[in-house]
Write a protein that binds this ligand. Structure first.
Ligand code: S3P
Length: 175
């Protein structure tokens, strides 16, 4: 694949950003997969859920900004999956090509609930404890994701392999 700085995957909780990053790296071994939530957990040696519970959401957002600054400065050739609120960092475009994985809320919910480890997936996400509140957050963010994206990929009803193929084609074509 042609070289680019990084691919930054953004989108709502549970849309499949991590799974897509792993699939892209499987297809192109010259890339490396990173995940901003994992980076924050290893940096602080604390689970995201605990950071929210003890330090609060603002502290978590500050850690996301620190992570964004470090990635923009130091990382290339990576596919970076991000937390659902990472799109708010001030320098996201400096990290790489921003790809928004767009999907219906109901499809996302079904994807999470249909996973074999659904309980665990829900438990680790402090902002997905209440479905109605999560839906409201989704509606609040919907347009903002599109605004900051270089590429919008509709992934509703699409499996990870198909999405990876679509994205690689788009990147090749340059749109
Ligand atoms: C969040 C999404 C989570 C995680 C944190 C906050 C959000 O990541 O960063 O719980 O604000 O949407 P996922 O999108 O991987 O669930």
């Amino acid at each position: 694949m042609e070289k680019f700085k990084n691919i930054v995957l953004v989108g709502f909780m549970g849309v499949g950003k991590g799974a897509l990053a792993r699939e892209l790296v499987r297809r192109d071994p010259s890339l490396y997969a990173l995940d901003t939530d994992d980076m924050i957990e290893s940096l602080t040696n604390t689970r995201i859920k605990k950071i929210f519970a003890t330090a609060g959401e603002a502290a978590f957002r500050a850690l996301e900004q620190k992570t964004a600054d470090w990635l923009a400065e130091n990382v290339t050739n990576a596919v970076i999956s991000t937390g659902g609120g990472f799109y708010k960092v001030k320098n996201i475009s400096a990290i790489g090509t921003v790809v928004y994985l767009k999907a219906d809320f109901d499809w996302i919910l079904a994807r999470i609930l249909g996973a074999p480890n659904a309980k665990k997936k829900l438990k680790k996400r402090p902002l997905f404890q209440d479905v109605e509140k999560a839906k409201k957050l989704f509606e609040e963010r919907f347009e903002a994701y599109e605004k900051i994206a270089d590429i919008v990929l509709d992934v509703t009803e699409t499996d990870t392999e198909e999405t990876a193929k679509k994205l690689l084609e788009k990147l090749k074509r340059g749109n």
